[in-house]
Write a protein that binds this ligand. Structure first.
Ligand code: GCO
Ligand code: MG
Length: 402
């Protein structure tokens, strides 16, 4: 089999997505996701201008060799743009191989390790009362694990809390919006939120919380310690992770489990975190961390150190990535949990898919390959529109992590 053609589509059914299609001489095609929220066109150009010309004529079954060719062969390594582009190619090649062999991708990754993939959803509210109502709603929908975020007294907006109920989408069209931030008010409000959630909903439900890179290690240590009585499944991204040893300090002070990795793009971003057992869950994703080929290596390395996976699954990962993540989650042994933020109806219509949600679990479906398709005609009705993630400033005007 040979690759005969490959092209990138950028569309915006509800939000922007970068989709790669690779075609072969046997009529089989594969799909990959290269969406990098707020920087979509950079990945599209990296693919179109630099990667795709090198693919024509290659055997799509040689996934490892093509991965190494694109990674080592570029000389310049890593980075979110490069690794998202490589991921898009990698996903499409696994999709092609599955279709050619008439088997779902989870079979190529080792076969089923479990029946269903436990997912966590997002509940939020402008205050504790509204957040509790949203938790009740999501529990009713069947979720067994719920991430809870609430507005912080004194702040006009905060991460994870949508303007309307039910749907949270951080990227906005136009230039970046500015959010405001004050750590002390946040730290004062979070323990009260979880005390209340446990009081109302009991111990059975798994609870998660995303700090979205906003704390210093010692502040995160304080939060982790104060949340211990409420037995969270994890706190996520407690502190920016460029300094991996920052997590040592958090670890020394708290037994609240720690998850990190949605902005990572290679194993090297998590190498010290994993081998020192400073984290419990690695959240790298198939699209931003070099595709299934590299994510499998991250998971296998993490497995040696009792670290489980918890793949990022926000709406800025297209349904192609969600499909790939679910095959991965079904196959690997050290799966922990999968994030699930349902896409808008327009997105689902453009990407018909075999995966589905039932009673707190998701399933990749049994179609050959990734079990995902792309309706290019429908996609052409949704033109790309520039959109950015917000930026964040403290109340005195200092720019801080969003
Ligand atoms: C999450 C994430 C997202 C990111 C978004 C950025 O845990 O789901 O933190 O909400 O902010 O994916 O593009
Ligand atoms: Mg997050």
């Amino acid at each position: 089999m040979k690759i005969t053609n490959a092209y990138v589509n950028i569309c915006s059914p509800g939000r922007n997505f970068v989709t790669l299609k690779i075609e072969t001489d046997q009529g089989i095609y594969g799909l990959g996701d290269g969406t990098l929220n707020g920087r979509e066109l950079a990945v599209a150009s990296y693919l179109t201008d630099h990667v795709l010309p090198c693919l024509i004529g290659r055997d799509p079954f040689q996934i490892e060799d093509i991965w190494q060719y694109l990674y080592r062969g570029a000389y310049w390594r890593r980075g979110p743009v490069t690794m998202s582009a490589i991921a898009a190619v990698d996903m499409a090649l696994w999709d092609i191989k599955g279709k050619a062999l008439h088997t779902p991708v989870y079979n190529l990754l080792g076969g089923r390790s479990r029946q269903g993939v436990m997912v966590y959803c997002h509940a939020f509210g402008k205050d504790i009362h509204a957040a509790l109502e949203d938790v009740a709603k999501h529990k009713e929908m069947g979720y067994r694990a719920i991430r809870v975020q609430s507005g912080v007294p004194g702040l006009k907006s905060t991460y994870g809390v949508g303007k309307t109920t039910g749907y949270y989408e951080p990227a906005e069209r136009g230039l970046p919006t500015e959010y405001e931030w004050e750590t002390e008010s946040y730290l004062r409000s979070v323990p009260g939120l979880f005390a209340k959630v446990r009081e109302v909903f009991g111990e059975e439900i798994h609870l998660l919380h995303d700090c979205h890179h906003r704390l210093t290690p010692i502040e995160a240590a304080r939060l982790g310690k104060e949340l211990e009585p409420f037995h969270l499944f994890w706190i996520e991204d407690p502190t920016p992770a460029e300094l991996q040893e920052g997590f040592k300090l958090i670890r020394q002070h708290t037994t609240t489990p720690i998850a990190v990795g949605e902005v990572f793009n290679s194993l090297w971003d998590a190498h010290d975190l994993i081998r020192n057992q400073w984290i419990d869950y690695i959240r790298a994703t198939v699209v931003h961390a070099g595709g299934l080929t590299h994510l499998k290596k991250i998971a296998d390395f993490a497995d040696l150190y009792h670290v489980k996976t918890g793949c990022h699954g926000a709406t800025d990962l297209s349904p192609v990535s969600m499909a790939a993540a679910l095959h991965f989650d079904t196959a690997i042994h050290n799966f922990g949990i999968q994030e699930h933020m349902p896409h808008a109806a327009e997105t689902d219509a453009v990407f018909p898919h075999a995966y589905f949600f039932k009673d707190g679990y998701m399933y990749p479906g049994d179609k050959p390959g990734l079990g995902i398709d792309f309706d290019e005609k429908l996609a052409s009705q949704y033109e790309y529109q520039r959109a950015y993630l917000p930026v964040n400033r403290r109340q005195d005007g200092t720019l801080t992590d969003w």
